[in-house]
Ligand binder design. Structure first.
Ligand code: PAF
Length: 280
C-alpha cells in the first residue's frame, strides 16, 4: 500500500486510473471501515482510502480535539487487510491551505433535519470535504456505510445534483455480536456504558418488529422507545420513523400501504453520543 500525504503525490499514484473505488474515513479504523474497503474491491480498482479528521464538520462544543487519531495503527490494519492500494492522509494545511470560504450548503429539508438539527453545520462540513476529496481522487465509485444513513443520503444527493461522475454505494452497518453498531466513538464509552449501549439497537429492532406486525401509530412507537431509553439513563436527541426515500415523516396512509421506512436515532450515554438506524 502506498501512503501519500499530498494531493500531488495522490495524483501521481492515480494517473491514468479511471476506475478507482474510494472510501473516505476519519481514521481510527475498525472492522466496519475495513468491511467498506473490502467491498470497494468489487466496484473498482484501485481501492483508495482517505483518513482526514475534518474540522469543518465539528461544532464548536464537539469532540474535534479529542477525536481519536491513530494513523500508525490504521496503516498497520490496512497493510494487514491488503484491500487498499493508496491511502491518502493529508494534513489540514494540505486540504485547507486557505480558509475554506466556499462551502457546500445542503438543502434544509434533507440536511437540516435529524442530525442536521442537532449538529448545525455538520452536513455542510461533510459535503464540503467530500466534494474536495472526490475532486482529489476522482473515483468512479465511493462506498459509504449505512450506519451514517442521513450522511449517505446527503452525499448521494449532492453528487447527483452536482452531476459528479461517481456512483455512491451503500454498505450495511457492521455490528458487534451484541448488536452495537461499530463506531470510532464507541471508544469513549466507559465499561458500564458499553454494557448498556446495545439497548439502542434493541429499541430499533423492537420498533421495527412492531411495524412489521402491523403497528401504525408512529408517534406512540417513537414515544415508547424514547421513554424506555430515557428510563435507562440515555438522553435521546431523536428516535424517529421516516420514509427511506427522503427521510420525511410518513403519513398514516403511507405506513398502511407499506412505504419503505427507516428508524433513525441519536442518543447520549454519559458524554458519548451514539447514532444508529434500521430499515423496515
Ligand atoms: O463518515 C465519516 O467518517 C466522515 O463524515 C467523512 C465521510 C469521512 C467525511 O469527513
Amino acid at each position: 500500500m502506498k501512503v501519500v500525504h499530498t494531493i500531488e503525490e495522490l495524483r501521481d499514484q492515480l494517473r491514468g486510473q479511471t476506475r478507482a473505488a474510494f472510501v473516505p474515513t476519519m481514521g481510527n479504523l475498525h472492522a466496519g471501515h475495513l468491511a467498506l474497503m473490502r467491498s470497494a474491491r468489487q466496484y473498482g480498482d484501485p481501492v483508495v482510502a482517505s483518513i482526514f479528521v475534518n474540522r469543518l464538520q465539528f461544532g464548536p462544543n464537539e469532540d474535534f480535539d479529542q477525536y481519536p487519531r491513530s494513523l500508525m495503527e490504521d496503516i498497520e490494519k490496512l497493510e494487514r487487510a491488503r484491500d487498499v492500494y493508496v491511502l491518502f492522509a493529508p494534513n489540514e494545511k494540505e486540504l485547507y491551505p486557505e480558509p475554506q470560504t466556499y462551502r457546500v450548503l445542503p438543502p434544509q429539508d434533507l440536511g437540516g433535519i435529524l442530525e442536521g438539527e442537532y449538529r448545525p453545520g455538520f452536513f455542510e462540513g461533510v459535503c464540503t470535504v467530500v466534494l474536495k476529496l472526490m475532486s482529489c481522487v476522482q473515483p468512479q465509485v465511493a462506498v459509504f456505510g449505512k450506519k451514517d444513513y442521513q450522511q449517505l443520503m446527503v452525499v448521494r444527493s449532492m453528487c447527483r445534483q452536482f452531476q459528479l461522475p461517481v456512483e455512491i454505494v451503500a454498505h450495511e452497518t457492521v455490528r458487534d455480536s451484541d448488536g452495537l453498531a461499530l463506531s470510532s466513538r464507541n471508544a469513549y464509552l466507559s465499561e458500564k456504558d458499553r454494557a448498556t449501549a446495545p439497548m439502542l439497537y434493541q429499541s430499533l429492532t423492537q420498533t421495527r418488529d412492531a411495524l412489521l406486525k402491523g403497528a401504525t401509530d408512529i408517534a406512540s412507537l417513537e414515544g415508547a422507545a424514547s421513554a424506555e431509553l430515557d428510563r435507562n439513563g440515555w438522553k435521546v436527541d431523536y428516535f424517529s420513523v421516516r420514509r427511506q426515500r427522503d427521510l420525511l415523516a410518513p403519513t398514516l396512509d403511507e405506513v398502511r400501504a407499506g412505504e419503505p421506512l427507516v428508524i433513525l436515532t441519536a442518543a447520549k450515554l454519559g458524554n458519548t453520543r451514539l447514532i444508529d438506524n434500521l430499515e423496515v
